[in-house]
Design a protein around this ligand. Structure first.
Ligand SMILES: [Zn+2]
Length: 111
């Protein structure tokens, strides 16, 4: 069951997220996509893997967000690897090599 940002992080007014993906060659077009989460946005905060063949992949930014808020940070950045995998031509499994870079900007409610 998903919660809302305000239930998990009551001090947060807004979270601005920028993400971009890299492929297996670490190549990235560095076109950043931007999202703005309000307190009514769903938690956990997840992004799907852009590789269509990827199975059980995706990126969960909840931990990064919760660490940033625990440290009272207003900006942070980092990267995550996809935990998914794809079927190889021989029927085996190959780890997904897609990566995600993120930048967070967190606004807090005035206290
Ligand atoms: Zn993936």
């Amino acid at each position: 069951m998903s919660q809302r940002i305000r239930q998990v992080f009551p001090t947060v007014r807004k979270i601005a997220i920028q993400v971009t993906f890299t492929d297996a060659d670490q190549a990235s077009d560095m076109s950043w996509r931007e999202y703005a989460l309000t307190p009514e946005a769903e938690h956990p905060v997840k992004f799907g893997c852009p590789d269509r063949e990827c199975i059980s992949g995706g990126f969960d930014l909840s931990e990064a967000i919760s660490e940033a808020i625990a440290s009272n940070l207003t900006v942070t950045q980092g990267d995550l690897g996809c935990p998914g995998w794809a079927e190889t031509a021989g029927g085996g499994k190959a780890r997904c090599l897609v990566g995600l870079y993120y930048r967070l900007k967190i606004d807090y409610v005035a206290t």
